[in-house]
Design a protein around this ligand. Structure first.
Ligand SMILES: [Zn+2]
Ligand SMILES: [Zn+2]
Length: 273
């Protein structure tokens, strides 16, 4: 098993000198000789943060997208223009659907769609789990058996709010380590517990060692927060990094419930596994 380094390249806040925040999320992942991105943020800070953190975007061989929202896909033109070689881009087919929050378009920006058609891109559109780089996996579509984790808010595919978007595109990434599985979340629109359960199934029951990323609990009721915390206890991760869209109240509840596991995220945060 290779050691894996995960650097937060974009997050809502910054956690390193010269790194900048944006409403977005992106991870730079180094494993063996390979470089991959999981999400690319909005694109407002991607190139600047990579430069400030000494990360070579040109070496990126693969990009996986958690879902089609602009704050995870807007940096595609920058990441793909920076790449020196061809780049495999992995997404769920629904990531390309139009997406709205009320009348506001929140899907993949037109420039990102154009960048995906570029000559250096190998687009892999799939609902299935699979390998992105050696030992680094995407979950594919997440089964959602628990009504307690129904979508916390309703997104649509049209500006008139007629067609509900269930965000089936939401997927996460994971890799195994001797101490258990590390899970990288996008926005966890599918529900963080749903995601952890599915990762554990895909990883043949291995323990969950770490959970990083957005948990989209900003509008969660107290009952839902308690349900998530109660189920998170069963996984008992030794590292928990609530970022991006987790929401301050949910992050505070997680920090209170898991004081020894929680660590700050933020652009520039580095995690070695
Ligand atoms: Zn989202
Ligand atoms: Zn998001």
């Amino acid at each position: 098993m290779n050691s894996v380094r995960v650097v937060v390249l974009s997050d809502n806040c910054a956690n390193a000198r010269a790194a900048r925040g944006e409403h977005g999320l992106s991870y730079f992942i180094e494993t063996g000789g390979h470089r991959a991105l999981f999400d690319v943020g909005q694109g407002l800070v991607l190139a600047e943060n990579a430069r400030a953190l000494g990360l070579d975007l040109g070496a990126v061989e693969a990009i996986a997208l958690s879902h089609g929202h602009y704050d995870h896909t807007g940096g595609l033109p920058i990441a793909l223009a920076a790449a020196r070689g061809s780049v495999a881009v992995y997404l769920h087919p629904d990531a390309l659907q139009p997406k709205y929050n009320g009348t506001r378009a929140v899907g993949m920006p037109p420039a990102a769609r154009e960048a995906l058609a570029g000559p250096n891109v190998r687009l892999v559109s799939s609902r299935e789990p699979g390998e992105v780089a050696p030992g680094l996996f995407r979950t594919g579509e997440i089964p959602r058996p628990h009504p307690e984790e129904a979508l916390a808010e309703t997104f649509h595919r049209d500006p008139a709010s007629q067609i509900v978007d269930p965000l089936l595109d939401d997927q996460s990434m994971y890799f195994d380590t001797p101490a258990g599985v590390v899970v990288l979340l996008g926005c966890a629109h599918a529900g963080v517990i749903h995601i952890l359960e599915h990762v554990q199934t895909l990883a043949n029951g291995r323990p969950i060692r770490a959970v990083l990323g957005g948990m989209h609990l900003g509008k969660a009721t107290d009952a839902r927060l308690q349900w998530v915390i109660q189920h998170m206890r069963k996984f008992d991760p030794r590292l928990l990094v609530p970022m991006h869209c987790t929401g301050p109240r949910a992050a505070a509840a997680l920090w209170a419930a898991f004081p020894n596991a929680c660590r700050p995220g933020g652009a520039g945060a580095v995690f070695d596994f």
